[in-house]
Write a protein that binds this ligand. Structure first.
Ligand SMILES: O=C(CO)COP(=O)(O)O
Length: 255
């Protein structure tokens, strides 16, 4: 299947940025800039800003995502948020397995798999993050590592449910460093992820899968990255905090 038939998705991962007041200002700036987008637009905001973001984006083409979600439905899990708490609020996307969760909060491939399934079961779309550290790249194990992360995360996910998954390839060495993967490096690993998914399911499933690149994507480099055949969108950190920059990336993905 041709890339043009896949859904292009530009998602902003705000990380731990913006108060409610700041959220309102940024989303109000973004709405007119994104209204003619030729791609899907998502903003993944801190839990405390979800309600504000959902209310502000009602009737617009901007969708709202969370940045994590626990795998249990409820119980003694202090500090965690369940999938039904998110769906009740109108949240449609959840970032799962971000490298910052893996690095700083002990997420493992196994818990990523559980969280991913909880998101799908609740009817939301998971943005599953995979990617290697600099050391892995230098040791020549990028392919094996990213394939393994992908396989473990998708364990027990049916072909039908794969339509509720977006995969974001985020090389850890490119996140927040200003050091972007070249468009060819990004495409190479996105293609590898697609081939891994084809082996797990089939060609129909892998052809339909939206794969994003993330890691210092910005207004200046987005067009080149997004022009690559296996890069269907972007997961954007820093540049998603400035409405005009995020809008430039949205335009670059619009077709
Ligand atoms: O981690 C990222 C998105 O999830 C990328 O962050 P930056 O765009 O700030 O490098």
């Amino acid at each position: 299947m041709n890339k043009a038939l896949r859904k292009a998705v530009i998602a902003g991962n705000w990380k731990m940025n913006n108060t409610r007041v700041e959220t309102k200002a940024l989303i109000e700036d973004l709405i007119p800039l994104a209204k003619d987008a030729g791609c899907d637009v998502v903003v993944c905001v801190p839990f405390t800003n979800l309600e504000t973001a959902v209310n502000l984006t009602k009737g617009t083409n901007i969708k709202v995502g969370a940045q994590n979600c626990h795998f249990e439905a409820k119980g003694a899990f202090t500090g965690e948020i369940s999938a039904s708490m998110l769906t009740e609020m109108g949240v449609e996307y959840v970032v799962i397995g971000h490298s910052e969760r893996r690095q700083y909060f002990g997420e493992t491939d196994a818990t990523v798999n559980k969280r991913l399934k909880a998101v799908i079961d609740a009817g939301m779309t998971a943005i599953l993050c995979v990617g290697e550290m600099l050391e892995d790249r230098e040791n020549g194990i990028t392919e094996e590592l990213v394939a393994m992360q992908t396989k473990i995360a998708l364990g027990g996910v049916s072909k039908e449910d794969l339509s509720k998954v977006i995969i974001a390839y985020e090389p850890v060495w490119a996140i927040g460093t200003g050091k972007t993967a070249t468009a060819d490096q990004a495409n190479e690993v996105c293609a590898l992820i697609r081939a891994t998914v084809e082996k797990l399911y089939d060609k129909e499933a892998s052809d339909a899968l939206t794969i994003q690149y993330g890691g210092s994507m910005n207004a200046g480099n987005a067009a080149e990255l997004l022009s690559k055949p296996d890069v269907d969108g972007g997961l954007i950190g820093g540049a998603s905090l400035k409405a005009p920059d995020f809008a430039t990336i949205i335009n670059a993905a619009s077709k």
